[in-house]
Write a protein that binds this ligand. Sequence first.
Ligand code: SF4
Ligand code: SF4
Length: 280
Amino acid sequence: GQIEGCIECHECAKRCEANAIAYTMQDEHIEIDAGAIILATGLDLYDVSPLTEYGYGKIKNVVTAIEFERLTAASGPTFGELKRPSDGKIPHAIAFIQCVGSRDFKHKAYCSSVCCMHATKEAILAYEHHPGTKSTIFYMDLRAVGKRFQEYVTRAKEDYNVTYIRSRPGMVAVNPENQNPIVWYEDTTTTETKNMEVDLVVLCQAMTPRGSKELAEILDIKLNEYGFVEVPDKLSHPVDSTRPGIFACGYVHSPRDIPDSVTQGSGAAARAAEVIAGGN
Ligand code: SF4
Ligand code: SF4
């Protein structure tokens, strides 16, 4: 197949109304004389395996947020049935651990911006799959900055059995009898050390700007200390890189969610049009 896992059934070509699928197309290098460049490469997920304290890769019922998303998707490995990896059991108690690799000077010091809300969304999704599911979100600070985000969190608590515990879990162990993960954490409101046995742990891992290092070398632009595109004048030229005519938007610019990326994309397109029209 042309792409990994493709069995060349040609179903997608039959269904694509724009007739935009060509199986025989090969990679090509094309040179374009462009008046402006917009960088919009998006994000990569940070590899959580070096954070060995959370047991990812060793404890079967510890998954990442993106893997959890696949476990709830109709096109995923369980055909949309939310089942845990070790034994296919339906997880009734789920723990989400926030800021895994984010806001951590040993890994990525910045806040990845979207994980508080996608954990909330996934907890709601789990409840919708199996009403009665109890989700616990272990968070340091809750980043619910956006239109109606706080109301969404309140709804999660009131209608979807989601509990938020302010804490920083230090370790995930496993109960050898039933493969249940056990989350050890310090409740930072009481400073007590506690533990909670659950059916499934979801790690909300950090995100990083995709391909920014390679792009910076090719395009001769600067990156900031975290590898995002450096924007020297954030107030009056918020999408301009260090090189005139090169703009950035979305996650390669800085951590942000989809609506923010779309808005910023419009800004970058407007700036590119301005430069092409002869402005600066
Ligand atoms: S639907 Fe398209 S991409 Fe998917 S397996 Fe069939 S040919 Fe490949
Ligand atoms: S969005 Fe929330 S979970 Fe993600 S890094 Fe920021 S504070 Fe942590």
